[in-house]
Design a protein around this ligand. Structure first.
Ligand code: PRP
Ligand code: URA
Length: 211
């Protein structure tokens, strides 16, 4: 079974609690999602492989560590996943970025795919699939499926969310047991409208000021 990690770093927890507050406006919400994403990247990348490289300091030649292995692609699930991209590229500036557009039907809660644009070498990269909210898991499962159909490998995927419901975690783990899942919080449950409780509301609307 792949990794499932709730990131309990105090800064992540503090910032996440800030944006759960319904009175926080678009500016602070957006800035804080970005900051949390940067902090999460630190933890998500912890197992990245290293290799020895030679470097000449002003004092002498030495052999030290440098990143090795597959390069990264960040795959935000639109719209809300976009809010996490800048925070991650701050740490991994050379990452390529692919997009999966998906919206959840408000009545059936089923996801609908409307856009896919990925780097050509997707099969050769480590993938950070990002979406602040993992609710029923329908969007995440459809996004992972879309990536696999285009040659991406399950073992190379890390799904990164800010708030997850147990239902969503279970959906990914059952469908794709080799995908690592990272979240800043594992909340209680989903309500009858499919929203995470206590959650933070509609992440896309809060990020982009659309409601
Ligand atoms: C939200 C969220 C996820 C999805 C999670 O997106 O950003 O993509 O719902 O729900 P699920 O786990 O039940 O599929 P939404 O469909 O509201 O679209 P948006 O990002 O454009 O606001
Ligand atoms: N999508 C959101 O943006 N929030 C939720 O609570 C559930 C799905």
């Amino acid at each position: 079974m792949a990794k499932f990690e709730v990131m309990d770093h105090p800064l992540i927890q503090h910032k996440l609690t800030m944006i759960r507050d319904k009175n926080v406006g678009t500016k602070v919400f957006r800035e804080t999602v970005r900051e949390i994403s940067t902090l999460m990247t630190y933890e998500v990348s912890r197992t990245m492989p290293l290799k020895d490289v030679e470097v000449e300091t002003p004092i002498c030649k030495t052999t030290k560590k440098s990143l090795a292995g597959k390069k990264v692609a960040i795959i935000p699930i639109l719209r809300a996943g976009l809010g996490m991209v800048d925070g991650i590229t701050e740490m991994i500036p050379a990452a390529k970025i692919g997009f999966i557009g998906m919206y959840r039907d408000e009545t059936t809660l089923k996801p609908h795919e409307y856009f896919v644009k990925l780097p050509e070498d997707i099969a050769e990269r480590q993938l950070f699939i990002v979406d602040p909210m993992l609710a029923t898991g329908g969007s995440a499962v459809m996004a992972i499926d879309a990536l696999k159909k285009r040659g991406a490998k399950e073992t190379a995927m890390k799904f990164v969310s800010l708030v997850a419901a147990p239902e969503g975690v279970k959906a990914i783990q059952e469908a794709f047991p080799d995908v690592d899942i990272f979240t800043a919080a594992l909340d209680d449950h989903l309500n009858e409208d499919g929203y995470i409780v206590p959650g933070l509301g509609d992440a896309g609307d809060r990020l982009f000021g659309t409601k």
